[in-house]
Design a protein around this ligand. Structure first.
Ligand SMILES: *Cc1c(COP(=O)(O)O)cnc(C)c1O
Length: 250
């Protein structure tokens, strides 16, 4: 049987990751690939699972819930939550995801903490930073990131593993690179504070259009959708910007 298009795309992305690691003197083992599966059908998701992929990310609680049973068939697979999260939706996220990349305010951290305490659990989180200063993007401002990390560190069910950002879009490579460099700088500052309970090993940055740059700038986890699953038919703003007045989903 010839490899599916998804397998071919995965192989191409892995080759590009390898190349970016080589040119920046990093080990390929230091960079994880997370498949961003928003709007991706179960059939396509299954092909990725059959190809041996283990790390998946969803943006919407509803989609996470719908696709979760499929992942359970594959014991090695886990979900991260990578989208904007409303405090009233934390229950399902705590249930299905092992890590939330998008903690960008204390209130959300507190809501997760409350739910986790109830269930006697702990969870990995990343702090999302708005390194592009675009109003359409979520994330704590770079100036407030350290304070937020410090506040979140007092919630003992949250294991702070690092930072996440979305690079600037339709921008020059230099502008995108500047976003990733800024995240790396905040990571170093936060690590230098030696806050109890805070690890700063994960840098989740880089998507289909910019992951080689992100790897060059120190990403340890890249989140790739389009390059593997093809174009989506829903504007990304639907996932990133609540002010546009969409009524479907949450
Ligand atoms: C959709 C999405 C991705 C993947 O984007 P692609 O351009 O399709 O690779 C990565 N991170 C987040 C937060 C996303 O919402």
């Amino acid at each position: 049987m010839s490899p599916s298009l998804i397998e071919q795309n995965l192989a191409a992305v892995r080759r590009q990751m390898e190349h970016a690691c080589q040119t920046s003197g990093r080990s390929h083992e230091d960079v994880q690939l997370l498949l961003a599966t928003k709007t991706v059908s179960s059939e396509k998701l299954r092909l990725a699972l059959q190809a041996g992929e283990t790390l998946f990310g969803e943006n919407k609680v509803q989609e996470l819930r719908d696709k979760y049973p499929l992942l359970q068939e594959y014991k090695q697979a886990e979900w991260h939550f990578i989208g904007h999260l409303q405090t009233n939706k934390v229950k399902d996220v705590v249930k299905y995801a092992t890590c939330v990349h998008s903690v960008d305010r204390l209130k959300l951290g507190q809501a997760l903490h409350q739910q986790l305490e109830k269930e006697n659990k702990a969870m990995d989180i990343l702090v999302q930073v708005n390194t592009s200063y675009e109003e359409s993007k979520f994330g704590v401002s770079p100036e407030s990131a350290l304070e937020l990390i410090e506040q979140l560190s007092r919630l003992d069910t949250l294991r702070i593993k690092g930072l996440m950002t979305i690079g600037k879009w339709n921008a020059s490579q230099d502008e995108t690179r500047a976003c990733f460099r800024l995240l790396k700088r905040i990571q170093a500052q936060a690590a230098g504070q030696h806050i109890a309970g805070v690890e700063m090993n994960v840098l989740s940055m880089g998507m289909s259009g910019d992951f080689p740059i992100a790897i060059e700038e120190g990403a340890t986890l890249i989140r790739v959708g389009t390059r593997i699953f093809g174009e989506r038919y829903v504007a990304d703003d639907y996932y990133w910007n609540e002010t546009l007045g969409y009524t479907i989903g949450d």
